[in-house]
Design a binder for this molecule. Structure first.
Ligand SMILES: Nc1nc2c(ncn2[C@@H]2O[C@H](COP(=O)(O)OP(=O)(O)OP(=O)(O)O)[C@@H](O)[C@H]2O)c(=O)[nH]1
Length: 186
């Protein structure tokens, strides 16, 4: 039975500082919202998620906030099955940063497209990033797009359903091969 198979998937959560990456991951895994801000160094949380009748053991890597000058850590690209790229709907800079991070992943993995969900976080706040521009961008890179609020518990689980769907869309029924498996150019 398909539901008896437990597949491992590694998901990296990337984006600017303070956009709510840790809050999203904590709300999903621990069902708890953190009001205070503690900058993340790196944290991996694990949760079993059911998607289309298949159980996935997901390692969710909550990364430190990036900026345009950050170098993409190879461990956030190699061996990763899917990406959650987070901006805050209240910060246009954080939306622009998502585009930069996406381009870095694409050039790092050497794939034209990667399994990816673009997440507009803090949807309970006053928006400056419109739904239209975010949706249009996501379409242009063949990614899913969703807005969430960890604070108000909106669409939190949906993010991880979408990323698993994006992973399976590109490699249905595969043996769990990530988008980049670890060739290093010396
Ligand atoms: N209003 C609102 N605030 C949020 C939401 N999610 C997170 N926050 C707040 O935003 C701040 C930053 O959240 P974090 O989850 O620590 O952000 P981060 O992206 O992990 O930050 P770094 O570790 O620096 O990368 C905290 O004070 C959170 O309480 C949300 O959905 N709505």
């Amino acid at each position: 039975m398909a539901g008896d198979i437990l597949r491992k998937r590694k998901i990296a959560v990337l984006g600017s500082r303070s956009v709510g990456k840790s809050s999203l991951v904590f709300k999903f895994v621990e069902d708890h919202f953190i009001e205070s801000y503690y900058p993340t160094i790196e944290n991996t949380l694990t949760k079993t998620v059911s998607n289309n009748g298949v159980e996935y053991e997901c390692d969710i890597i909550d990364t430190a906030g990036q900026d345009e000058y950050s170098i993409l850590n190879q461990k956030h690209a190699i061996g990763i099955h899917g990406f959650v790229l987070v901006y805050s709907v209240a910060s246009h800079n954080s939306f622009e940063l998502v585009k930069i991070v996406h381009d870095k992943i694409v050039s790092f993995t050497g794939n034209e497209t990667v399994p990816c969900v673009i997440v507009g976080s803090k949807s309970d706040l006053q928006r400056v990033v419109t739904c239209e521009e975010a949706n249009e961008y996501a379409k242009s890179i063949e990614a899913s797009w969703i807005e969430t609020s960890a604070k108000s518990n909106v669409n939190v689980g949906k993010v991880f359903d979408l990323v698993l769907t994006e992973i399976e869309k590109r490699a249905p029924h595969n043996q769990g091969q990530p988008v980049a498996k670890g060739c290093l150019i010396m």
